[in-house]
Design a protein around this ligand. Structure first.
Ligand SMILES: NC(=O)C1=CN([C@@H]2O[C@H](COP(=O)(O)OP(=O)(O)OC[C@H]3O[C@@H](n4cnc5c(N)ncnc54)[C@H](OP(=O)(O)O)[C@@H]3O)[C@@H](O)[C@H]2O)C=CC1
Ligand SMILES: O=C(CO)[C@H](O)[C@H](O)COP(=O)(O)O
Length: 476
């Protein structure tokens, strides 16, 4: 491996929202950065717009010039769409690289692709890192949270730079090497799944206040702002309060009311659910959130159905703001517990030894799901955690003790009034299932054996049994 010292410390390819912000963050942290973009016309205006940081940026209009501009062994970060674009870029750049160089995919990639790409690079002398980046444009520019998957070699090279640009929580940089190959992208995917669930839970509490209580957006926003002072304190609640307070200049209406009610999605929520099912898990609060985004896209059907389908609405007691706050807290705890359960299953399946406490730590600043609750999760994971289940941690059992009755009241009122609450309902159903020692799967097993001779285990003796379903053993 040849080392050169007169080039850029890192190369950033892809000057869209995230790549541009990360390049400036590296530059502001004292690193020299080579930048390149598919549409080469973007490069010069980007550097011009960088002001005093322009001195630390080297623009390249071709891939060859970009690679040449970086100190060896090179670190090259791609911030481009996942899937085919990143495969094509790897194919194009690899012949230009040297032994010891590292390619970093900082986009939201499917961890299966990251594992495949890492395996393909094995033995080539080129290293591949899958790095989840969270925090949106603002985080990327001033301090994101980053989840790194790759070899120890790559981590040693990358570490000083990513620690320098990361968000800090009480001085601790929000970046960690979480494991090999796809570990970083898997954790980022589940982070996004939890993000989906948290956003949906918040939207359900907003919907109850708007549609059942008839409150205007600014008043609901003020309620969310107030909750920022309590256990719900988080970036997403802060965002919600800010969004609900905003007025649309063109109409004078709350901005949120002129936004079409169809949610977009780019895939990470869906991947979380797919991977959960593949691992024999069900992250039902996340599933509900992904499903709700899908249902939101059926706008024409919903408009047509509203006058056709009876609501069957029933009278119900109005729930208090405190109950809504606690219901949201319960949903948030449960959505995280399901997400971490999935991380635990993946860690066992892929031999990653994920450090759950460290994951919570690097999510405490910079990322979209940063919240006060993560501090509780760190403590829970650092202590003895019964059955690896977050909801069984004594401190969280204490919080749920207060929050679950409120969740039942909110769901009771919402269900009676016809307010859709898929993620809150899914959260409570999972919680009730997990706290029920004797479930109903005995009946499922009997049904399976009846129609398919699948067998069952008995409660009174070991072995696999079949029912004699045709014989009448009813006591005379
Ligand atoms: N936006 C966000 O909040 C977050 C995004 N991400 C991830 O970061 C990555 C980049 O997202 P973002 O910056 O928002 O996206 P943008 O759409 O803002 O930018 C996309 C960038 O990728 C380039 N690009 C697009 N297609 C190709 C291709 N086929 N080959 C090479 N380059 C291509 C674009 O180049 P050109 O200018 O030529 O079109 C542009 O530089 C994605 O993987 C995204 O999932 C991760 C965390 C947060
Ligand atoms: O990764 C992110 C935040 O953490 C991106 O903002 C991502 O685009 C969010 O997902 P979606 O677009 O599906 O809502």
């Amino acid at each position: 491996m040849t080392e050169t010292r007169n080039g850029a410390d890192i190369g950033v390819y892809g000057l869209g929202t995230m790549g541009a912000a990360l390049a400036l963050n590296f530059a502001e942290s004292g690193f020299s950065v080579a930048v390149c973009n598919r549409e080469a016309d973007w490069v010069a205006p980007f550097i011009e717009s960088a002001g005093p940081l322009a001195d630390r940026l080297t623009g390249a209009e071709t891939l060859e010039a970009f690679v040449d501009a970086i100190t060896r062994p090179r670190n090259i970060l791609f911030m481009i769409p996942s899937g085919a674009p990143i495969d094509a870029m790897i194919d194009a750049i690899t012949p230009l690289l040297d032994d010891g160089d590292t390619l970093i995919d900082g986009g939201n990639a499917d961890f299966n692709d990251t594992r495949r790409r890492s395996a393909a690079m094995e033995g080539t002398g080129i290293h591949f890192v899958g790095m989840g980046v969270s925090g949106g444009a603002e985080g990327a520019r001033h301090g994101p949270s980053m989840m790194v998957g790759g070899s120890d070699h790559s981590w040693q090279h990358l570490r000083p730079m990513v620690e320098a640009i990361a968000a800090r929580f009480e001085g601790d940089p929000c970046v960690a090497h979480l494991g090999p190959d796809g570990a970083g992208h898997f954790v980022k995917t589940v982070h996004n799944g939890i993000e989906y669930a948290d956003m949906q839970l918040i939207a359900e509490v907003y919907g109850y206040q708007r549609d059942v209580l008839g409150l205007p957006a600014p008043q609901i926003g003020a309620q969310f702002a107030q909750w920022q002072d309590g256990p719900l304190a988080s970036y997403l609640v802060e965002v919600t309060a800010a969004v609900l307070a905003k007025t649309d200049a063109a109409t004078g209406l709350p901005t949120v009311e002129v936004i079409f009610d169809q949610a977009g999605q780019k895939g990470t929520g869906r991947w979380t659910v797919i991977e959960a099912l593949k691992l024999g898990q069900s992250a039902s609060a996340i599933e509900a959130a992904v499903g709700a985004r899908g249902w939101s896209s059926e706008k024409d059907t919903r408009v047509m159905a509203e006058p056709l389908l009876p609501s069957g609405r029933q009278d119900a007691a109005v729930v208090s703001a405190e109950d809504l706050e606690m219901a949201l807290l319960a949903g948030r705890i449960i959505a995280h517990a399901q997400g971490f359960r999935l991380l635990w299953a993946a860690s066992a399946e892929f031999g990653w030894a994920l450090d759950m406490a460290r994951i919570c730590e690097i999510w405490r600043a910079g990322c979209i799901i940063r919240s006060a609750l993560l501090g509780d999760f760190v403590a829970a994971f650092r202590a003895e955690l019964p059955a690896d289940h977050l909801i069984l941690a004594p401190s969280l059992r204490g919080r749920l003790d207060e929050a679950i009755p409120a969740l039942r009241r909110v769901l009771g009122a919402g269900v009676a009034q016809g307010a859709p609450m898929p993620a809150l309902s899914a959260s409570l159903a999972w919680y009730d299932t997990m706290r029920t020692a004797r479930g109903t799967a005995n009946l499922i097993q009997a049904q399976r054996d009846f129609f398919g001779a699948h067998g069952f285990r008995r409660t009174d003796k070991a072995g696999n049994f079949h029912g004699d379903w045709d014989r009448d053993d009813t006591p005379a």
